[in-house]
Design a protein around this ligand. Sequence first.
Ligand code: DGL
Length: 272
Amino acid sequence: MTTANKAIGIFDSGMGGLTVMRALTKHLPQENFLYLGDTARLPYGTKSADTVRRYAIQCGEALIARDVKMVVIACNTASVALAAVQQALAPVPVIGVIEPGAEAAIMAAGDGPIAVIATEGTVKGGAYRTAIRAQGANMPILQQPCPLFVPMAEEGLIDGPIAEAIARRYLEPVLASVPAPSCLLLGCTHYPALKDVIARVTGPGIKLVDSAETTANAVASLLGEMNLQTPPKGTGTRRFLATDAPDRFARVGEIFLGEPIDPGSVELVDLQ
Ligand code: DGL
């Protein structure tokens, strides 16, 4: 198989990265995709930076072992370890979601404050603050961890009074800050599943952004630069790996991917 015809590998701690895959398959339908959800070890967001780095390298290596041409870290928490994963997987190119997410937030915010909601790990590491400043923007940045959002999304608890009450608890302090944020960055790939309830709490004045679209653009540009695009004929293959409960992955993953997942396309793998 020529390198261009190989699959693009994507990984996340669970199903959240399917929100990034959704944008990738829309922008690059002809590409073949292999998605890995490390469902056995989710969540990553409450684990130490060292553990997340080790897990991220193992996920990347599992994809390389299946001969992918590029790796997309579709997880903000694991993207903090981007440099280590790039070094471990070289020469295969690796893209994370933090820089594309920062770019999307800067574009949406104008000069107004950016509020970043993310896992504890991403907030603690300050990766978004670093990336936003590295892109030359100096608006105020607020950060709020929302640890329950990941298990809620994985459970399919994405709307209704309980989801709304939890969203209010996390978001009201951010919304009360002065000046109010002009954009809310969903700095975790699970959070787009809760977009409706989050939007109800923020109201219409605050733009919600995530890294899915800008990551898809970054992947498309890199494929072009490296001459790695699959020739545009038909729709590529979509295959999935999960480290636990592949049936559940197929059933619940649909919420994130926005289309049905054939249970036969999800393989159980062991990364240890
Ligand atoms: N989806 C991952 C992210 O974007 C984190 C979920 C988790 O805590 O495992 O940060």
